[in-house]
Design a protein around this ligand. Structure first.
Ligand code: CA
Ligand code: CA
Length: 458
């Protein structure tokens, strides 16, 4: 009796190349044709095992590989032969018959078949971490004929845009993200300025000048960091008597800084404007970057500049300021500290000046636009229900200070709260200087159970 059996992994295509050939009846003498027939079967089985192993275990090494099986990588749905573009990309990452892992974020981020959807999006694992998103429809990353439908267009819900002081909360639907928010600096201008990039479908945006004109672009792989500046004569010096003011947006993409900073009320026509630094709000420093548009008693600083690392670092840390100079006030008639829009604080008992043993933790996030502060906070496992929460300052991480900005609505041992506050200059400047902290108070620890210094978000 002769048996031919091919062992396969459980993932092996069911029945494919698997089987047993048994010679039950020996042909009668004079008809010995069975031997070459069995030899042929043996050869077929051997080839089958080699090729099928190369294919089939790889099917299981990509997320949802079983949906299209061999057709992910081969033009022939049964496998073998010429490879699809995705199959070529896989082939370039493995040795013949090798079992090394090849699915990762890089392969997931490629669009091998050029149909506009990444391999990861088609296979339901956009991040390429090997964990497929449950319940998503799977498409073939090797075939442009199999492709996800385009995402619905982005629609901004302007009617629902709440406006708080100098800023608004923009909401939109549709698209697939990440998104790039644009602003038209002046009505009638053809120019648009990038504001920020985000994976969310909501953003706090500045309302500078006399109108707000925004658009949202979908599926943009750009990183734009928003910054804000709020200028006043009071910030330039106590001795300066001027109704001058300004409010603007700066956006940093790589080393390219775009800015639009309307100003008004100067007692004299502006002669120059610069970004100065590194300096906190109480000190002065030299020029890091001249700004265009310093003309007249009212106008707008508008332009684009390529900045150096020596400017970028303090800019992102809140350690630069914009100064507008006039003949009457050559040292600067109005001044404003440039601040990142995004801030955060991580709260713990260990961060209290006298460390508090507690399992309570919390996080706070902030968006600062001009003098408008949006805050959002979550906390868990406090020893008792929270009685109050505040931003305290001015103080560094080793100091205590009085209440600077109340954060109302914080109660319970765990929970979340959010709100917005319009800051005075005395509240705004220590915040940008990094000299404030969030404190949550409980009956057990009335002086504060968990605390965290407010810092620019990374
Ligand atoms: Ca694709
Ligand atoms: Ca495809």
């Amino acid at each position: 009796m002769l048996a031919i059996s091919t062992k396969t992994k459980s993932a092996f295509g069911a029945g494919e190349w698997t089987g047993t050939a048994t010679n039950r009846e020996r042909p009668a003498p004079g008809a010995p044709y069975w031997q070459p027939r069995v030899a042929l079967l043996l050869a077929a089985a051997a080839i089958g095992v080699t090729e099928a192993k190369a294919r089939d275990f790889r099917v299981n090494m990509i997320p949802n590989g079983n949906t299209f099986r061999c057709a992910n990588c081969h033009l022939s749905p049964g496998g073998g032969g010429p490879r699809t573009p995705f199959g070529q990309a896989v082939n370039a990452r493995v040795t013949p018959g090798g079992a090394q892992p090849f699915w990762d974020a890089v392969l997931a981020g490629m669009d091998s078949d050029g149909d506009g959807a990444t391999n990861g999006e088609e296979l339901g694992d956009p991040e390429g971490d090997g964990v497929a998103t449950p319940g998503v429809q799977v498409f073939n990353p090797g075939s442009a004929a199999s492709t996800p439908p385009p995402p619905p267009p982005v629609e901004i819900d302007a009617a629902a845009m709440p406006v708080f002081g100098a800023a608004g909360a923009l909401n939109w639907d549709g698209g697939k993200g990440p998104f790039l928010v644009w602003m038209q600096p002046s009505l009638g201008s053809a120019e648009w300025m990038p504001v920020l990039s985000t994976a969310d479908r909501t953003a706090h945006v500045p309302l500078v000048g006399n109108h707000g004109f925004f658009r949202v672009e979908d599926a943009v792989g750009r990183t734009v960091i928003p910054l804000t500046v709020w200028l006043s004569a009071a910030a330039a010096g106590e001795a300066i008597d001027s109704p001058g003011r300004g409010y603007g947006l700066l956006a940093l993409e790589g080393d390219t800084l775009t800015y639009h900073i309307p100003f008004a009320g100067l007692v004299d026509g502006a002669t120059a404007a610069h970004i100065h630094g590194p300096a906190d709000s109480a000190t002065s420093a030299g020029v890091l970057q001249p700004l265009e548009g310093a003309v007249g008693v009212a106008g707008a600083l508008t332009g684009t500049a390529v900045i150096t690392a020596a400017t970028r670092e303090p800019l992102l840390a809140g350690r630069t300021y914009v100064n507008i100079h006039t003949p009457t006030h050559p040292g600067g008639e109005i001044r404003g500290q440039v601040a990142p829009v995004e801030w955060q604080a991580a709260l713990s008992g260990a961060s209290q000046i006298e460390p508090i043993p507690t399992s309570g933790t919390g996080t706070a996030t902030f968006q600062l636009l001009g003098n408008q502060l949006f805050w959002s906070m979550t906390w868990t496992d406090l020893s008792a229900g929270a009685t109050a929460a505040h931003i305290h300052g001015p103080a560094d991480a080793s100091q205590s200070a009085g209440v600077l900005v109340p954060l109302p609505g914080v109660s319970g041992a765990s929970g979340s709260a959010s709100g917005t506050a319009t800051l005075t200059l005395a509240q705004l400047l220590p915040f940008i200087d990094g000299r404030t902290y969030v404190n949550i108070h409980t009956p057990t620890h009335p002086g504060g159970e968990i605390r965290g210094q407010v810092e620019p978000a990374p």
